[in-house]
Design a protein around this ligand. Structure first.
Ligand code: CP
Length: 330
Protein backbone atom coordinates (compact mmCIF):
# COMPACT_ATOMS: atom_id res chain seq x y z
CA UNK A 1 0.00 0.00 0.00
CA UNK A 2 1.49 3.36 -1.11
CA UNK A 3 0.96 6.24 1.33
CA UNK A 4 1.98 9.71 0.08
CA UNK A 5 1.98 11.89 3.16
CA UNK A 6 5.57 13.13 3.23
CA UNK A 7 8.32 13.90 0.72
CA UNK A 8 10.25 11.05 2.39
CA UNK A 9 7.65 8.63 0.94
CA UNK A 10 8.98 9.62 -2.50
CA UNK A 11 12.66 10.58 -2.25
CA UNK A 12 14.39 12.33 -5.17
CA UNK A 13 13.48 9.60 -7.71
CA UNK A 14 9.82 9.52 -6.70
CA UNK A 15 9.54 13.31 -6.86
CA UNK A 16 11.18 13.33 -10.29
CA UNK A 17 8.80 10.63 -11.60
CA UNK A 18 5.73 12.55 -10.45
CA UNK A 19 6.97 15.78 -12.02
CA UNK A 20 7.81 14.06 -15.33
CA UNK A 21 4.39 12.40 -15.55
CA UNK A 22 2.68 15.68 -14.60
CA UNK A 23 4.52 17.48 -17.42
CA UNK A 24 3.63 14.76 -19.94
CA UNK A 25 -0.02 14.66 -18.92
CA UNK A 26 -0.24 18.46 -18.90
CA UNK A 27 0.93 18.45 -22.53
CA UNK A 28 -1.27 15.52 -23.56
CA UNK A 29 -4.33 14.60 -21.52
CA UNK A 30 -4.12 10.89 -20.60
CA UNK A 31 -7.93 10.48 -20.49
CA UNK A 32 -9.87 8.39 -17.94
CA UNK A 33 -6.88 6.78 -16.22
CA UNK A 34 -8.72 6.49 -12.88
CA UNK A 35 -12.06 5.26 -14.24
CA UNK A 36 -14.03 3.55 -11.47
CA UNK A 37 -11.70 4.81 -8.69
CA UNK A 38 -13.05 6.76 -5.72
CA UNK A 39 -10.99 9.20 -3.65
CA UNK A 40 -12.29 10.05 -0.18
CA UNK A 41 -11.29 13.55 0.96
CA UNK A 42 -11.39 14.21 4.69
CA UNK A 43 -11.04 17.86 5.74
CA UNK A 44 -10.36 18.82 9.35
CA UNK A 45 -9.57 22.37 8.04
CA UNK A 46 -10.79 24.67 5.23
CA UNK A 47 -9.49 24.70 1.66
CA UNK A 48 -10.10 26.28 -1.73
CA UNK A 49 -7.31 25.03 -4.03
CA UNK A 50 -6.70 21.61 -2.51
CA UNK A 51 -10.33 20.58 -2.55
CA UNK A 52 -11.09 21.93 -6.04
CA UNK A 53 -7.88 20.60 -7.62
CA UNK A 54 -8.22 17.07 -6.19
CA UNK A 55 -11.89 16.90 -7.20
CA UNK A 56 -10.99 18.17 -10.65
CA UNK A 57 -8.11 15.67 -10.95
CA UNK A 58 -10.48 12.79 -10.16
CA UNK A 59 -13.28 13.98 -12.45
CA UNK A 60 -10.92 14.66 -15.37
CA UNK A 61 -9.52 11.15 -14.92
CA UNK A 62 -12.88 9.38 -15.00
CA UNK A 63 -13.02 8.81 -11.23
CA UNK A 64 -15.02 10.33 -8.41
CA UNK A 65 -14.26 12.18 -5.17
CA UNK A 66 -16.26 12.12 -1.93
CA UNK A 67 -15.69 15.19 0.26
CA UNK A 68 -16.22 14.98 4.02
CA UNK A 69 -15.89 18.14 6.07
CA UNK A 70 -15.36 17.20 9.71
CA UNK A 71 -16.59 20.65 10.78
CA UNK A 72 -19.78 20.69 8.73
CA UNK A 73 -22.22 17.93 7.80
CA UNK A 74 -20.23 15.09 9.38
CA UNK A 75 -19.60 13.87 12.92
CA UNK A 76 -16.81 15.67 14.73
CA UNK A 77 -13.92 13.26 15.11
CA UNK A 78 -11.97 12.53 18.26
CA UNK A 79 -8.30 12.02 17.48
CA UNK A 80 -6.72 11.48 20.91
CA UNK A 81 -6.23 8.02 22.34
CA UNK A 82 -7.28 7.07 25.85
CA UNK A 83 -9.82 9.86 26.34
CA UNK A 84 -13.37 9.58 27.69
CA UNK A 85 -15.46 10.76 24.75
CA UNK A 86 -18.05 12.79 26.65
CA UNK A 87 -17.45 16.06 24.74
CA UNK A 88 -18.62 17.30 21.33
CA UNK A 89 -16.76 14.63 19.30
CA UNK A 90 -18.95 11.52 19.09
CA UNK A 91 -16.79 9.43 16.72
CA UNK A 92 -13.14 8.35 16.93
CA UNK A 93 -10.75 8.16 13.97
CA UNK A 94 -10.09 4.55 15.00
CA UNK A 95 -13.53 3.66 13.64
CA UNK A 96 -14.08 6.44 11.09
CA UNK A 97 -10.90 5.88 9.07
CA UNK A 98 -11.28 2.10 8.53
CA UNK A 99 -15.01 2.60 7.84
CA UNK A 100 -14.18 5.06 5.05
CA UNK A 101 -11.62 2.58 3.75
CA UNK A 102 -14.50 0.25 2.87
CA UNK A 103 -16.05 2.90 0.60
CA UNK A 104 -13.07 4.45 -1.20
CA UNK A 105 -9.85 3.37 -2.95
CA UNK A 106 -7.68 6.03 -1.28
CA UNK A 107 -8.14 8.62 1.43
CA UNK A 108 -6.80 12.19 1.19
CA UNK A 109 -6.59 14.01 4.53
CA UNK A 110 -6.10 17.62 5.60
CA UNK A 111 -5.21 18.07 9.28
CA UNK A 112 -3.36 21.29 10.12
CA UNK A 113 -0.79 21.98 12.80
CA UNK A 114 -1.71 22.79 16.39
CA UNK A 115 0.74 25.72 16.64
CA UNK A 116 3.64 24.14 18.50
CA UNK A 117 6.31 23.51 15.83
CA UNK A 118 8.38 21.18 18.03
CA UNK A 119 5.36 18.90 18.40
CA UNK A 120 3.84 19.56 14.95
CA UNK A 121 6.96 18.19 13.27
CA UNK A 122 6.14 14.76 14.74
CA UNK A 123 2.93 14.74 12.66
CA UNK A 124 1.14 12.55 15.18
CA UNK A 125 -2.38 12.81 13.74
CA UNK A 126 -1.38 12.08 10.14
CA UNK A 127 0.69 9.09 11.31
CA UNK A 128 -2.22 7.83 13.45
CA UNK A 129 -4.54 8.09 10.43
CA UNK A 130 -2.02 6.20 8.28
CA UNK A 131 -1.78 3.53 10.96
CA UNK A 132 -5.50 2.84 11.10
CA UNK A 133 -6.24 3.22 7.37
CA UNK A 134 -6.96 0.18 5.23
CA UNK A 135 -6.40 2.17 2.01
CA UNK A 136 -3.56 4.46 0.84
CA UNK A 137 -3.46 7.87 2.53
CA UNK A 138 -2.49 11.07 0.69
CA UNK A 139 -1.69 14.28 2.57
CA UNK A 140 -3.63 17.41 1.67
CA UNK A 141 -1.47 19.21 4.31
CA UNK A 142 -0.71 18.02 7.78
CA UNK A 143 1.10 19.48 10.76
CA UNK A 144 4.54 18.75 9.27
CA UNK A 145 4.22 18.99 5.49
CA UNK A 146 2.14 19.94 2.48
CA UNK A 147 3.78 17.64 -0.11
CA UNK A 148 1.29 18.32 -2.93
CA UNK A 149 2.11 22.01 -2.60
CA UNK A 150 5.84 21.30 -2.69
CA UNK A 151 5.43 19.18 -5.83
CA UNK A 152 3.32 21.85 -7.55
CA UNK A 153 5.97 24.42 -6.61
CA UNK A 154 8.70 22.33 -8.24
CA UNK A 155 6.59 21.76 -11.37
CA UNK A 156 6.04 25.52 -11.67
CA UNK A 157 9.75 26.29 -11.32
CA UNK A 158 10.65 23.55 -13.78
CA UNK A 159 8.23 25.02 -16.34
CA UNK A 160 9.31 28.63 -15.75
CA UNK A 161 13.09 28.09 -15.65
CA UNK A 162 13.34 24.97 -17.82
CA UNK A 163 15.16 22.92 -15.17
CA UNK A 164 15.48 22.46 -11.39
CA UNK A 165 19.04 21.33 -10.66
CA UNK A 166 21.15 24.24 -9.34
CA UNK A 167 18.40 26.86 -9.80
CA UNK A 168 18.67 29.66 -7.24
CA UNK A 169 15.58 29.73 -5.03
CA UNK A 170 15.04 31.90 -1.96
CA UNK A 171 12.40 30.99 0.60
CA UNK A 172 11.62 34.22 2.45
CA UNK A 173 9.64 34.54 5.66
CA UNK A 174 7.10 37.39 5.60
CA UNK A 175 4.94 39.04 8.27
CA UNK A 176 1.36 37.97 8.95
CA UNK A 177 -1.48 38.81 11.32
CA UNK A 178 -1.09 35.48 13.14
CA UNK A 179 1.49 32.70 13.47
CA UNK A 180 1.04 30.16 10.68
CA UNK A 181 2.15 26.50 10.53
CA UNK A 182 5.50 25.47 9.05
CA UNK A 183 4.12 22.77 6.72
CA UNK A 184 4.46 24.82 3.51
CA UNK A 185 8.02 26.11 4.13
CA UNK A 186 8.99 22.59 5.22
CA UNK A 187 7.61 21.09 2.00
CA UNK A 188 9.16 23.73 -0.20
CA UNK A 189 12.58 23.16 1.38
CA UNK A 190 12.31 19.35 1.23
CA UNK A 191 11.02 19.32 -2.35
CA UNK A 192 13.69 21.75 -3.53
CA UNK A 193 16.35 19.70 -1.72
CA UNK A 194 15.05 16.54 -3.41
CA UNK A 195 15.27 18.28 -6.81
CA UNK A 196 18.89 19.45 -6.45
CA UNK A 197 18.12 23.18 -6.22
CA UNK A 198 20.31 25.87 -4.67
CA UNK A 199 18.06 27.07 -1.84
CA UNK A 200 18.46 29.94 0.60
CA UNK A 201 16.05 30.12 3.55
CA UNK A 202 15.85 33.64 4.99
CA UNK A 203 13.98 34.75 8.08
CA UNK A 204 14.43 36.98 11.13
CA UNK A 205 16.33 35.37 14.04
CA UNK A 206 14.11 33.10 16.14
CA UNK A 207 12.12 31.70 13.21
CA UNK A 208 14.36 28.77 12.35
CA UNK A 209 12.58 25.73 10.90
CA UNK A 210 12.60 22.58 13.01
CA UNK A 211 15.94 20.71 13.32
CA UNK A 212 14.32 17.44 12.13
CA UNK A 213 13.25 19.10 8.87
CA UNK A 214 16.63 20.77 8.35
CA UNK A 215 18.31 17.39 8.93
CA UNK A 216 16.02 15.67 6.41
CA UNK A 217 16.65 18.44 3.88
CA UNK A 218 20.43 18.03 4.35
CA UNK A 219 20.11 14.27 3.75
CA UNK A 220 18.09 14.86 0.57
CA UNK A 221 20.68 17.42 -0.55
CA UNK A 222 23.35 14.76 -0.05
CA UNK A 223 21.47 12.53 -2.48
CA UNK A 224 20.50 15.15 -5.05
CA UNK A 225 23.44 17.58 -4.99
CA UNK A 226 21.25 20.44 -3.70
CA UNK A 227 22.88 23.35 -1.87
CA UNK A 228 21.17 24.72 1.27
CA UNK A 229 21.94 28.12 2.78
CA UNK A 230 20.40 29.99 5.73
CA UNK A 231 20.38 33.73 6.29
CA UNK A 232 18.80 36.56 8.28
CA UNK A 233 19.42 39.15 5.52
CA UNK A 234 16.39 39.27 3.24
CA UNK A 235 17.79 41.72 0.69
CA UNK A 236 21.05 39.82 0.22
CA UNK A 237 19.20 36.50 0.02
CA UNK A 238 16.90 37.77 -2.73
CA UNK A 239 19.52 39.59 -4.81
CA UNK A 240 20.61 36.60 -6.90
CA UNK A 241 17.40 34.58 -6.59
CA UNK A 242 15.64 33.39 -9.73
CA UNK A 243 12.60 32.63 -7.59
CA UNK A 244 11.54 34.33 -4.37
CA UNK A 245 9.09 32.04 -2.59
CA UNK A 246 7.26 33.96 0.11
CA UNK A 247 5.62 32.39 3.14
CA UNK A 248 4.92 33.40 6.69
CA UNK A 249 5.39 30.96 9.52
CA UNK A 250 5.25 31.15 13.26
CA UNK A 251 7.72 30.38 16.03
CA UNK A 252 7.04 28.25 19.09
CA UNK A 253 4.27 29.15 21.55
CA UNK A 254 6.72 30.89 23.92
CA UNK A 255 7.45 33.71 21.44
CA UNK A 256 5.30 36.84 21.08
CA UNK A 257 4.48 36.59 17.36
CA UNK A 258 2.58 39.87 17.05
CA UNK A 259 5.59 41.76 18.46
CA UNK A 260 7.88 39.86 16.11
CA UNK A 261 5.64 40.50 13.06
CA UNK A 262 5.36 44.20 13.90
CA UNK A 263 9.11 44.46 14.43
CA UNK A 264 9.69 42.87 11.01
CA UNK A 265 6.77 44.41 9.08
CA UNK A 266 9.33 45.63 6.51
CA UNK A 267 9.85 41.99 5.48
CA UNK A 268 6.63 42.28 3.43
CA UNK A 269 7.74 41.45 -0.10
CA UNK A 270 7.40 44.31 -2.56
CA UNK A 271 8.56 44.94 -6.13
CA UNK A 272 11.86 46.69 -5.25
CA UNK A 273 13.04 43.52 -3.48
CA UNK A 274 12.26 41.40 -6.56
CA UNK A 275 13.97 43.92 -8.85
CA UNK A 276 16.97 44.75 -6.64
CA UNK A 277 19.44 42.20 -8.00
CA UNK A 278 21.08 41.56 -11.37
CA UNK A 279 18.02 39.55 -12.39
CA UNK A 280 14.36 40.19 -11.72
CA UNK A 281 13.19 37.44 -9.35
CA UNK A 282 9.92 35.71 -10.00
CA UNK A 283 7.44 35.60 -7.15
CA UNK A 284 5.74 32.52 -5.71
CA UNK A 285 3.31 31.95 -2.83
CA UNK A 286 1.09 28.96 -2.08
CA UNK A 287 -2.06 31.09 -1.52
CA UNK A 288 -4.19 32.27 0.12
CA UNK A 289 -2.14 35.44 0.61
CA UNK A 290 -2.99 38.63 2.52
CA UNK A 291 -2.28 41.54 0.18
CA UNK A 292 -0.20 44.37 1.61
CA UNK A 293 0.60 42.32 4.71
CA UNK A 294 2.62 39.41 3.29
CA UNK A 295 3.20 40.63 -0.29
CA UNK A 296 2.33 44.02 -1.81
CA UNK A 297 -0.64 44.15 -4.17
CA UNK A 298 1.56 45.64 -6.89
CA UNK A 299 3.99 42.71 -6.68
CA UNK A 300 1.14 40.18 -6.83
CA UNK A 301 -0.34 42.03 -9.81
CA UNK A 302 3.01 42.31 -11.61
CA UNK A 303 4.31 40.17 -14.44
CA UNK A 304 6.77 38.63 -11.96
CA UNK A 305 4.03 36.85 -10.05
CA UNK A 306 3.56 33.11 -10.66
CA UNK A 307 0.94 32.54 -7.98
CA UNK A 308 -1.93 31.64 -10.33
CA UNK A 309 -0.08 29.15 -12.59
CA UNK A 310 1.49 27.77 -9.39
CA UNK A 311 -1.99 27.07 -7.99
CA UNK A 312 -3.08 25.55 -11.32
CA UNK A 313 -0.20 23.10 -11.09
CA UNK A 314 -1.76 21.56 -7.98
CA UNK A 315 -4.19 19.83 -10.35
CA UNK A 316 -1.42 18.45 -12.54
CA UNK A 317 0.87 17.09 -9.83
CA UNK A 318 -2.03 15.56 -7.92
CA UNK A 319 -3.37 13.87 -11.03
CA UNK A 320 0.13 12.50 -11.52
CA UNK A 321 0.76 11.35 -7.92
CA UNK A 322 -2.59 9.56 -7.76
CA UNK A 323 -1.11 7.22 -10.38
CA UNK A 324 1.31 5.93 -7.70
CA UNK A 325 -1.59 5.55 -5.27
CA UNK A 326 -4.15 3.85 -7.54
CA UNK A 327 -1.95 2.07 -10.07
CA UNK A 328 1.38 1.70 -8.24
CA UNK A 329 4.30 3.80 -9.47
CA UNK A 330 5.30 3.80 -13.11
N1 CP B 1 -2.33 26.26 -1.06
C1 CP B 1 -3.38 25.58 -0.55
O1 CP B 1 -3.25 24.44 -0.05
O2 CP B 1 -4.57 26.21 -0.71
P1 CP B 1 -5.92 25.81 0.06
O3 CP B 1 -5.65 25.97 1.54
O4 CP B 1 -6.96 26.77 -0.44
O5 CP B 1 -6.26 24.39 -0.26
Amino acid sequence: MVHLTHISDLGPAGVSNILERALQWKRKDPGPVYAGRILGMLFFNPSLRTRASFESAMLRSGGHAIVIDVNGGSWKLETADGVRMDGDRPEHIREAIPVLGGYVDALAVRCFAEGNPARDVLDELMLAIRDCSTVPVVSMESAREHPCQGLADMLTIREQLGSLRGRRLTLSWAPHVKPLPQAVPNSFLLSAAACGCNVTVVHPPGLELQPAVLQEAAELAGLSGAELHFSNDQKAACEEAEIVYVKSWGPGPDTDFSRLATQHADWMVDLPLLESGRIRSRLMHCLPVRRNVVISARALDSELSLVVPQAHNRLHVQRSLLHDVFLGGN
